[in-house]
Design a protein around this ligand. Structure first.
Ligand SMILES: [Ca+2]
Length: 508
């Protein structure tokens, strides 16, 4: 039997196409189509200071748009309300108490801990960060920066990124960390009388104006994030990018930052991921920023290290429902070790605390009730000489509350809430007291719930190998070196400036 030459050519072409098909498929696989990650984190931006949470004054159109087109988390908490441990917990996917010295401010992180940017880079992601990411502290023990290579601008990162390689970009900021331009909020047109002050502040124009200045910096962060999103859209990358926006802890004001009340440890959180996250959802699951690393690794198809205590959100993100997605996410743990070493010398420790937060209660255990949670007032004898209520950043609200503490009963009570000592246990009944002002831990009517919550907190801390509850917390957290400074008393600053060159207060 003989074939026509055309038939032979067609047959050969057909057979070749059969062979070629898998080759073609393989070359398609070589293009890495895993989603990009944009992680945007503001510095000292706390809940509920965004339009999406109902704040009547602050304008955060970018955050609100992300929430509207994606998912808004109503119960997002950091591991610890202090820059370095909060960021270490995000990077490693572990609670700060598992990170040794890295559980403290201005410290070092041991290189045995793996960070999600490094794991993503090893799996083929192009990784980098801009502005504040890890720290503050010293990372000279790391060959590569713990948050990936530093870029001098957003453009520099995207220019360096090879096409067709998925990226993970950490968009950091120093906003809204202090200092602020005094009066900037009011000058920009904010109506100070409409600001919803936390209830732990006395009524004061000075405080309202200070909060407006903080809002002004949050708004700058929000605008800059909007520019990054516009850039991604213009590049055609937005559709395949998961965008996560949050803050590292609450605002730098008394009883906020460096406190494990909601005002210090609850943060804004919104996630945008077109085609995966159904728009307009509000999730009430309790989530921790330690969950971010396992979430990023799972979506990038990278194995999650067993050391990570955070839990991936992929099921929450893929759901089309609002409300409580996963029943076991009915609580979160929070803690604090050393922020600024600001007790009286020679005590180099911090004010260790751990807490469990549920829908109805916040239980806090203060492991050293003899210490000052906001730092000592006795600045001449502070561990860092001149350090004045060192766990509270200097600013107009701090000065006002200290100077006016004896003005009336209300000022006195609120000064005590922010700067006074606290008993071993604090329990807040959130249905009656959402602002967490009335400690009911000693009330016999709450004895049963207090014991239940304390048992649960202790069990989970033991399970996660927390040195503070295992008995060696002093050695792990109170002894190590501190690389930063602290907020100084105004008289101490004046004295320093006479004898030394003026120093700019370090960010912490
Ligand atoms: Ca911070």
């Amino acid at each position: 039997m003989r074939f026509h030459p055309v038939t032979v050519i067609l047959l050969v072409t057909f057979l070749f196409s059969l062979r070629a098909a898998p080759v073609f498929a393989q070359s398609n696989l070589a293009i890495d189509s895993r989603p990009n990650i944009l992680f945007a984190i503001a510095d000292d931006w706390g809940w509920p200071h965004a339009g999406a949470y109902g704040d009547p004054v602050i304008k955060t159109p970018t955050f609100d748009r992300i929430a509207k087109q994606g998912v808004l988390f109503e119960n997002a908490f950091v591991s610890s309300p202090s820059c370095t441990p909060s960021r270490n917990a995000i990077l490693t996917g572990q609670h700060h108490w598992r990170l040794g010295w890295g559980g403290n401010l201005w410290s070092k992180l041991d290189t045995k801990h793996r960070t999600f940017p490094h794991l993503l880079e090893e799996s083929g992601y192009f990784v980098g960060h801009f502005r504040k990411s890890w720290g503050p502290g010293k990372h000279d023990n790391w060959e590569k920066h713990p948050a990936g290579k530093k870029f001098k601008s957003v453009d520099a990162f995207f220019e360096a990124r090879p096409k067709h390689q998925p990226f993970c970009f950490w968009f950091g900021a120093s906003d809204p960390h202090r200092p602020y331009k005094k009066g900037s909020g009011k000058e920009s047109g904010m109506n100070l009388s409409k600001i919803k002050l936390f209830e732990h502040y006395p009524e004061s124009e000075e405080i309202r104006s200070d909060v407006a200045d903080y809002y002004w910096e949050v708004q700058r962060f929000d605008r800059e994030l909007g520019d990054v999103l516009n850039k991604l859209e213009a590049m055609g990358e937005l559709e395949n990018t998961i965008v996560v926006v949050t803050g590292d802890h609450g605002m730098p004001f008394p009883r906020c930052k460096a406190n494990i009340y909601d005002s210090g440890s609850r943060v804004p959180m919104a996630v945008h991921w077109p085609g995966v996250v159904n728009p307009g959802r509000r999730v009430s699951d309790f989530v921790s920023t330690t969950d971010l690393a396992p979430t990023f690794l799972e979506l990038a198809k990278v194995d999650i290290p067993a050391a990570m205590t955070g839990k991936s959100w992929m099921n929450i993100l893929r759901s089309d429902r609002s409300g409580r997605m996963e029943p076991e996410r009915d609580h979160v743990l929070i803690g604090k070790e050393r922020h600024v070493p600001c007790q009286e010398a020679p005590d180099s420790g911090g004010t260790p605390m751990r807490a469990i937060r549920t829908d109805d209660f916040l239980l806090i255990r203060n492991f050293k009730p003899e210490r000052w949670p906001a730092g000592t007032a006795n600045w001449q004898n502070a561990f860092i000489n001149g350090c004045w209520y060192g766990d509270v950043d200097n600013g107009p609200t701090k000065t006002y509350m200290i100077e006016n503490q004896d003005k009336d009963e209300d000022h006195r009570r609120k000064f005590e809430l922010a700067f006074g000592k606290r008993p071993e246990f604090e329990l807040y009944d959130l249905k009656k007291d959402p602002s967490q002002l009335v400690n009911v831990a000693a009330d016999p009517r709450f004895a049963e719930i207090k014991n239940q919550l304390n048992d649960r907190l202790s069990r989970e801390l033991i399970d996660s190998n927390d040195p503070r509850i295992m008995g060696n917390g002093d050695e792990v957290f109170d002894q190590p070196e501190y690389f930063g400074h602290g907020p100084r008393h105004p008289d101490s600053q004046r004295r320093r400036k006479k004898s030394l060159k003026p120093t700019s207060e370090q960010k912490h």
